[in-house]
Design a protein around this ligand. Structure first.
Ligand SMILES: [Cu+2]
Length: 128
């Protein structure tokens, strides 16, 4: 009689354990990881001005894999140098005082070419 009761109670315990899945304990982890990836301090700010027929970047280089924001000085962009093209990222934009920034994320190392739409003014932003 005692052995019979023991055997009967085993499947009941096993079944109860399966219903209570351990998922609630795992759930809070992914949101914390996502918040770290979106951290805004990864943004790299680069000031851009033109000297002669060259775009100059300050700082001259950025790190690959992090977003870059180019901030142009509209007053320091002669003629068509404000008509900016970055072919690697299919970007073409006319810089104005109201909108003087261009953003992109370089995923690989190597120079990124910046030129005016007619390729008269040129510059290279280093990506390391
Ligand atoms: Cu031009």
């Amino acid at each position: 009689m005692l052995i019979g009761l023991c055997l009967l109670s085993f499947p009941l315990v096993a079944c109860g354990g399966e219903v209570e899945e351990a998922k609630p304990a795992d759930a809070p982890t992914p949101p914390t990881e996502a918040a770290e990836v979106e951290a805004p301090e990864d943004l790299q700010i680069v000031q851009v001005r033109v000297e002669g027929d060259e775009y100059l970047f300050s700082p001259p280089g950025v790190r690959a894999g992090f977003p870059v924001r180019l901030i142009f000085d509209p007053a320091g962009l002669p003629g068509c140098s404000r008509d900016v093209a970055i072919p690697d990222f299919q970007i073409a934009k006319v810089i104005s005082p109201e909108d003087a920034t261009i953003e992109f994320t370089p995923e690989t190392q190597g120079p990124v070419s910046v030129a005016c739409s007619m390729d008269m003014y040129r510059g290279e932003l280093r990506v390391e």
